[in-house]
Each structure stands twice: as structure tokens, then as C-alpha cells.
Design a protein around this ligand. Structure first.
Ligand code: PEP
Ligand code: MN
Length: 361
């Protein structure tokens, strides 16, 4: 074969490639139209019978030289890419998505701009246990000029025999302590039925990991006018997490803080596995502030500081950690809460780290 002949054949291949490219793009745009139509009709996009029909039609018309299994393989990839494209379109359309709203959502809580650049902090005990306990923690938080305190009054415990929380009485104690030191109250609500009464005492409603896909609760907190701190389910993918937030925003509440709190993996050295890369992914995919709960993700006091540093360095808008005046006698999560002295050291070290690396504040 002469060089000229080879050149001509190659040119032909290039031309065919361009034809194929133009045809698969034409196909993709028809598929997009079908997707829109199906969405309007509320029909599922994936239709295996239709796919079988298309493959049969190709088989009946395949004159070679490509083998049928090669043709099947190529076309299955084309079918898959169209489906992926439709999923990408759906993601773009989500109200929580960055594509829908480019600017960061900034939530003002007790005068603090959460998500505006400087990291925010939520500290407080795992559970509200007594007035004295929460007041001591509130005092320590207030002394640092911080704006929020956390504490669970409705505790979703693994065992029904474990401390279940003080309920509304606990919220009243937390609110009293918070008012004394000018703090906003962050507390978990586990059922829509508790919401109305709780709102007199709670400024930020937490939806816990175990309730991330409690869709009725998500709709209920979507219809209030207070911010929601939504924690990632312990076995939830990032996509499921984003969709849970979508439930809240779709019901009318845009003030959502996403909180990565570790996921369940085979690793036993930590209580959960902190999925640190979820932070930049959530920041890219959504316009919502993203926090990291270093306490429940690591379950280890010795890892609270390095995990918080990592969270801030990777771009988290805030950190949550548990503080208790006497963790040894705490009614829940005794191994992982900081005492007040450790809290001082922790906060000082974190501030020093942030200054050292010019990570805002
Ligand atoms: C909590 O923050 O009090 C809590 C129970 O955490 P999670 O829902 O992440 O387990
Ligand atoms: Mn806890």
C-alpha cells in the first residue's frame, strides 16, 4: 500500500469518525427530548424493553463486518451514556444544586453569617442532662464569643434501654442556658409531631443521621422558617444526601446546613469513617453551607483536632464537636466528648492552626 493510499484511507476514517460524532450527538439530543417528555408524563426513564427492541433491530440489520456482540457492546455504551446524560440534567435541575444557583447560600444565625467564608462552630453536649450541665457548657462557649450551642433532648439511641433524652424539658433547659450567654440553640427533632412545640426553644433544627431519609420529617422541617442542620445518613451516598436536602428545599426552606458525620465502613479504628472528600463535593454540587461533625465521625477524642483541621483546610464552613463538663459520667457518648479544659485547648489550637495557614478568621 502506498503512503498516498494510506493517507486517503486515514482521511476517510477521520471523516467517518466525524459523521459518527455528529450522529451520536443528534441521537443524544433526541434522547433529551424524550427525557423531557417522559418527565412530564412522570414515566421512568430507563426502559429495558425498549432497549431490547433497539438491540434486536440492530441485529436484524447488521451486515458486518462487525460481530454482533461488538455491535451490542458499542450500542449499550451509547444507550448508557444517554441515560447518564439525563441523570446529569436531573441533577442540574435540583434546587439545591450549584448549577441552579451559583452563589453560596449564607444563613444568618444569631448574627453570625454561616457559609460566608469564616468557619462557624457548634459545640455542646451530646445530650442535655441537667440545667447545671448545659449552663456550664454554655458559659464556656459564650466566653469564646461563639454564637451557637448544641444539645440533644430527643436522643435517637441504638438501644431502647439507653437514655432517651429529657424531651421538651431538656429543650427548656438548653434555651435557658443559651439565653444567658446569648447563644442560638441547635437541637435534634426526630418526629414532625415534636416540631411545633420545639420551635419555641430551638433556633436550628437538627435532622439526625438516622432520620436523613425520614421524608415526612424532611417535608415538615421544609415548611418551617428556621434553619435546618441536616446530617448525612450513616449509609447514605452523597447523591442520597443531596436528595434529602432537596426534600427540605422543595418544601420551601432554603436555609439548610449539610453536615458530614462519617459513614459506616469496614474500618473499626474509628466509630465511623469521616468522608472528608464529601465536603468539596457537596460544595461543588450544592450552594449550601457544609459542616463536619468531628465527634460522631471519629468517635475518638484524640482525633477531634486533626479532623477539624482537615475539615477547615478542605473548605468546610463549620465544625461541630461535643463538649461536656464531665464526660466520664455523660449519659451518652462518654468516650468522645471533650471536657471544658480540653475544649479550651482544642479551640485555641484550632484558632492557631487557622491563623498559621491563613484559613480565614
Ligand atoms: C447528634 O449529633 O447528636 C447525633 C446523634 O449525631 P448523628 O445523628 O450524626 O449520629
Ligand atoms: Mn453524641
Amino acid at each position: 500500500m502506498s503512503n498516498l493510499e494510506l493517507e486517503q484511507l486515514r482521511e476517510k476514517v477521520d471523516a467517518v469518525n466525524l459523521q459518527i460524532l455528529s450522529l451520536i450527538n443528534e441521537r443524544a439530543s433526541v434522547i433529551q427530548d424524550i427525557g423531557k417528555l417522559k418527565e412530564k408524563q412522570g414515566v421512568d426513564r430507563y426502559d429495558p424493553l425498549r432497549e431490547r427492541h433497539m438491540l434486536n433491530l440492530l441485529k436484524d440489520n447488521n451486515d458486518g463486518p462487525l460481530e454482533q456482540k461488538t455491535v451490542d457492546h458499542i450500542f449499550k455504551e451509547i444507550f448508557k451514556s444517554a441515560l447518564n446524560m439525563q441523570e446529569e440534567d436531573t441533577r442540574k435541575a435540583l434546587l439545591v444544586s450549584r448549577k441552579k444557583k451559583a452563589e453560596d447560600t449564607v444563613i444568618t444565625i444569631n448574627g453570625e453569617q454561616v457559609g460566608a467564608g469564616d468557619p462557624s462552630f457548634i459545640f455542646g453536649p451530646c445530650a442535655v442532662e441537667s440545667q447545671e450541665q448545659v449552663s456550664k457548657v454554655a458559659e464556656a462557649i459564650g466566653a469564646k464569643g461563639l454564637k451557637m450551642i448544641r444539645g440533644g433532648a430527643y436522643k435517637p439511641r441504638t438501644s431502647p434501654y439507653d437514655f432517651q433524652g429529657l424531651g421538651l424539658d431538656g429543650l427548656k433547659m438548653l434555651k435557658k442556658a443559651a439565653d444567658q450567654y446569648n447563644l442560638a440553640v441547635v437541637s435534634e427533632i426526630v418526629t414532625p409531631g415534636h416540631l411545633e412545640a420545639a420551635l419555641d426553644y430551638v433556633d436550628v433544627v437538627q435532622v439526625g443521621a438516622r432520620n436523613m431519609q425520614n421524608f415526612e420529617l424532611l417535608k415538615a422541617v421544609g415548611s418551617i422558617n428556621k434553619p435546618v442542620l441536616l446530617k448525612r445518613g450513616m449509609s447514605a451516598t452523597i447523591e442520597e444526601f443531596i436528595n434529602a436536602a432537596e426534600y427540605i428545599i422543595a418544601s420551601g426552606n432554603e436555609n439548610i446546613i449539610l453536615c458530614e458525620r462519617g459513614i459506616r465502613t469496614y474500618e473499626k479504628a474509628t466509630r465511623n469513617t469521616l468522608d472528608i472528600s464529601a465536603v468539596p463535593i457537596l460544595k461543588q454540587e450544592t450552594h449550601l453551607p457544609v459542616f463536619v461533625d468531628v465527634t460522631h465521625s471519629t468517635g475518638r477524642r484524640d482525633l477531634l483536632l486533626p479532623a477539624a483541621k482537615a475539615a477547615i483546610a478542605i473548605g468546610a464552613d463549620g465544625v461541630m464537636a461535643e463538649v461536656h463538663p464531665d464526660p466520664a459520667v455523660a449519659l451518652s457518648d462518654a468516650q468522645q466528648q471533650m471536657d471544658l479544659g480540653q475544649f479550651d485547648e482544642y479551640y485555641d489550637a484550632l484558632m492557631k492552626f487557622m491563623k498559621q495557614y491563613e484559613l480565614k478568621i
